[in-house]
Design a protein around this ligand. Structure first.
Ligand SMILES: [Zn+2]
Length: 200
């Protein structure tokens, strides 16, 4: 019996210290996740981005230099997103359809440019705060609040606690009948499409 699906997301990689350990831990748990890729990091570590793709993980666009997009001119926003799209496509052969603005910093203009480039914006419903020094136990506790369709923010940016949390997070989800899923857009109660996790 499945109580539903949750989206595990890892931002800011690839990273020499955590990408492979994260992939190993996810594989060991039979789990898939969405990696929002920092374009410059992909150019630094194309082999690691290929490993993410080969592991069957979903890949999203997280801009090239990770700026606050609402502070940039429109053309700079387009270039941040488009350059990352080209980078990911050159390395993996696939073009992302999901986009996450750095720091969740977005507005109608940013969303419009992403949309024009064929990308839909995905934020999150639960923040693990691994970027803010959360320990493994804190990340596990944050994941314990996930419900069907929720999306949790985590990072592929060298945090050991995030790697160590994979196994207990998956065990906790499994105990509640929840499974890691794929992020898609579905209409909410107000009929507005929003990102939710569904069966892979
Ligand atoms: Zn980020």
């Amino acid at each position: 019996v499945t109580a539903g699906y949750v989206g595990l997301t890892y931002d800011d990689g690839p990273h020499a210290g955590t990408t492979m350990p994260l992939l190993d831990a996810l594989r060991a748990g039979g789990a898939l996740a969405t990696f929002f890729i920092w374009g410059a990091h992909a150019d630094d570590h194309p082999d690691l981005l290929r490993a993410i793709a080969s592991a069957g993980m979903w890949i999203g666009n997280h801009t090239y230099t990770h700026p606050y997009l609402t502070r940039l001119a429109e053309q700079a926003v387009v270039e941040e997103i488009a350059r990352t799209q080209r980078t990911i496509q050159a390395i993996t052969g696939q073009a992302p359809t999901l986009f996450r603005p750095p720091y969740g910093d977005t507005d109608d203009g940013v969303r419009a440019q992403a949309d024009r480039l064929g990308l839909s914006e995905v934020l999150w419903t639960v923040d693990s705060r691994d970027w803010d020094g959360a320990r493994t136990a804190d990340i596990v506790e944050a994941a314990a609040s996930l419900r069907d369709g929720d999306i949790i923010l985590m990072h592929d940016l060298g945090h050991r606690a995030t790697v160590d949390a994979v196994e207990p997070v998956l065990a906790g989800l499994s105990a509640r009948g929840l499974r890691p899923g794929r992020i898609v857009f579905a209409p909410g109660p107000d009929d507005v499409a929003r990102p939710v996790a569904v069966a892979p």
